[in-house]
Design a protein around this ligand. Structure first.
Ligand SMILES: [Zn+2]
Ligand SMILES: [Zn+2]
Length: 247
C-alpha cells in the first residue's frame, strides 16, 4: 500500500500553494467501484498480493477486505506565507465564480466545458494510481502529471498574463485570486475523480464509457450547470439542493 506521491503546486505570481496529499486509510475512504471481474472469469481478489477467493459471480473482483480504497486524496491550500487556508467547497467556489463572472461579463461556460472534456475520465482511481490494483498494459503516471492536465485547463481560461485572472474573490472573509480559486477547483475535481470515480476505468480499461456508474467529478460540474441555467427566476435558498448527497 504505497502512498501516492503528493502534488505541491505553487502558483507563480501569488505564491499560493495547492497541495494534494494521500491520507491513506485515515481519510474518508470511498468504496472501490471498479468491476475488475466484469467478465466473471476470476475467483481471486485483484488487490496486489491478496489471495482471498470468492465466487466467480462477484463482479468487483475484490474480496471483502478490499471493498474500499485504501487511499484518499485530500487538498490543502496554503497562502503566500505558507499558512494553511481552509479550502472552500466546490459549490462555494462555483457560486462565487458565477457572481464574479456576471459582474465582469466573463463567460465561465468554456472553462467548465473544458474541465469536463479534459479531466472527466482521464484521472484513474486511487487504487490504480497507488498500484494496489494493476491493469494489464497500463502504467499510471505520477499524480503530478495528472495535475498538469488540470493546470493546463486553468491556463487556457485564467492565464497568468491576464490581470483579471488575479482579481480578488472573497469567500468567508478570505481573499482568493480568481486563478487560485480555479486551480483549487480543478484540484478538487481531480480528487473527486480519483477518490470515487469509475469513468476512467470504463473508458480506458473496459473501453465502454457508457457503463460508467458513478458521477465522480461530474457532480460539481452538474452543480455549475444547474446554477448557470437561465431559469428566469431566483433559485434562492434552494440552490444547495442541487448538490447530490454525499458530496
Ligand atoms: Zn483482497
Ligand atoms: Zn465533494
Amino acid at each position: 500500500m504505497a502512498k501516492i506521491n503528493n502534488v505541491s503546486y505553487v502558483e507563480t505570481k501569488t505564491k499560493w500553494k495547492i497541495q494534494i496529499e494521500d491520507l491513506l486509510v485515515t481519510g474518508r475512504n470511498k468504496d472501490n467501484n471498479l468491476k475488475l471481474n466484469r467478465d466473471s472469469n476470476l475467483n481471486v481478489c485483484q488487490f496486489l498480493g491478496c489471495t482471498a477467493t470468492f465466487l466467480r459471480t462477484r463482479r468487483s473482483g475484490l474480496c471483502d477486505g478490499h471493498k474500499k480504497h485504501e487511499h484518499d486524496l485530500y487538498l490543502t491550500l496554503f497562502n503566500s506565507n505558507n499558512k494553511p487556508v481552509t479550502s472552500p467547497r466546490h459549490d462555494d467556489i462555483i457560486n462565487h465564480l458565477i457572481t464574479w463572472a456576471k459582474s465582469r461579463n466573463f463567460d465561465l461556460l468554456p472553462f467548465f466545458k473544458d474541465c469536463s472534456f479534459t479531466i472527466l475520465g482521464n484521472i484513474p482511481d486511487v487504487s490504480t494510481l497507488s498500484g494496489d490494483i494493476v491493469h494489464k498494459n497500463f502504467t499510471p503516471k505520477s499524480l503530478d502529471d495528472y495535475f498538469d492536465i488540470c493546470v493546463e485547463c486553468v491556463d487556457r481560461h485564467f492565464p497568468e498574463d491576464n490581470n483579471s485572472s488575479y482579481q480578488y474573490i472573497t469567500i468567508r472573509r478570505e481573499n482568493f485570486h480568481a486563478r487560485v480559486l480555479a486551480l483549487t477547483f480543478v484540484g478538487l475535481l481531480l480528487c473527486e475523480e480519483a477518490n470515487r470515480g469509475d469513468r476512467w476505468f470504463w473508458r480506458e480499461i473496459a473501453q465502454d464509457e457508457s457503463k460508467t456508474n458513478y458521477l465522480g467529478a461530474a457532480m460539481p460540474l452538474a452543480y455549475f450547470a444547474a446554477m448557470n441555467f437561465p431559469w428566469g427566476m431566483e433559485i434562492g435558498k434552494a440552490a444547495p439542493k442541487f448538490i447530490p448527497s454525499g458530496m
